[in-house]
Design a protein around this ligand. Sequence first.
Ligand SMILES: C[S@@+](CC[C@H](N)C(=O)[O-])C[C@H]1O[C@@H](n2cnc3c(N)ncnc32)[C@H](O)[C@@H]1O
Length: 395
Amino acid sequence: MSDINSKTQKRGSDLESLLHSEHIVTVEKMAVGGSAVARIAVADKSVVVFIPYGAPNDELKIKISAVEKNFLNGEIIEIIKAGSSRRTAACEYFGQCGGCLWQHIDESEQVLQKELILKDLFKKFLPGVEYNLLPTVSTPEKLGYRNRIQLKQIGQKIGYFKHESHDIVEINNCLISETALQNYIPTFKTKLRPSEKLKKFELKINQTGGVEHYPVGEFGEGLAFSQVNRFVNQKLVETVTGLAQKLNPEQITELYAGAGNFTFPLAEALPKTAIQAVELSSQLTKSAVERIKTEKKHKKISFFTTKSEIYCRNSATFSEDFVLLDPPRSGCDSEVISVLSDKKPKAILYISCHPVNLVRDLKNLTTKYKIGHLQIFDMFPQTDHFETVCLLERI
Ligand SMILES: C[S@@+](CC[C@H](N)C(=O)[O-])C[C@H]1O[C@@H](n2cnc3c(N)ncnc32)[C@H](O)[C@@H]1O
């Protein structure tokens, strides 16, 4: 057995003995996934402990609830001294519901922690890459911002999943959703019959401002993407169009285009620019094509219903000037990144909702590109999630 293996095994067994042990720790920061991060000294090592519902600088008494190979999970037994950003959460379901893990942290600290998460990821995975993280964009709507939510039902219980569990926390309200949705939840619950099997429903504000609901399949079938926070989305769209106007491309290739959230404003801002928009969901491209037909003014937009990786592999029409990417949480397919790195368009604007996958994808591009604009958009207050806009300019 090599030295490395014996060390790992020894360390693993050291950690195993910590299960259910109690410790006093101070929270250093917050992590992707929403837990607080603290450290425990184990022999000559400092081991990370993830603690749900901890807050920055909290002094906590915790119990180790799970042991992984290189880290620990802990539960709070007592808050010995609360960090200065800790507050009482507004929502009565906080602490049980898995939806908002950061309601107990004030909003300015939430933003600082999101910035820290992004900076830490750059430091770890993109060392040496220069950037200037611009001030985070947010709006006053810290609650009441979501225009769609997904509720679950088993038996007579209707609500959200508990944190890291498929148990349901029954809810009658959800403070981060828009008022019309909040008012609709009790009515919606009276419409359902008890169900033996797990059922999921999307409740959504429609285009006329009314609320509708529909069932969602086990694997998300029936869901069509739209940005959940119209207030921050407006700012995001303005920034994307502003950056595109400065670059003034002849042609834009837009991958992961949805129903045209960016496509139509880009076409308005750059009427001479041809835009190829690529989207996998035919439901979304159908709605975009209908809009093109109805509005009769978007002659320069073409929508393609396919996977971005297939489009990249086969298409002769690929912009040399400007490529816009807004992939799902999993990030871009590796084939998309390799085509971009091969074709080297002048600029790539990457909009990301998962910072870990953003830095993974950037790793292969930052040898050929410098970062011209980097900014967080606080699209999901009270949670650890955020959007990042990253403009890459060819070196
Ligand atoms: C984060 S959303 C962005 C949509 C749009 N840009 C917007 O702002 O509304 C990601 C989109 O990528 C689509 N998508 C997922 N995988 C894809 C793939 N492999 N190729 C193309 N589109 C994909 C999803 O259907 C979804 O509409």
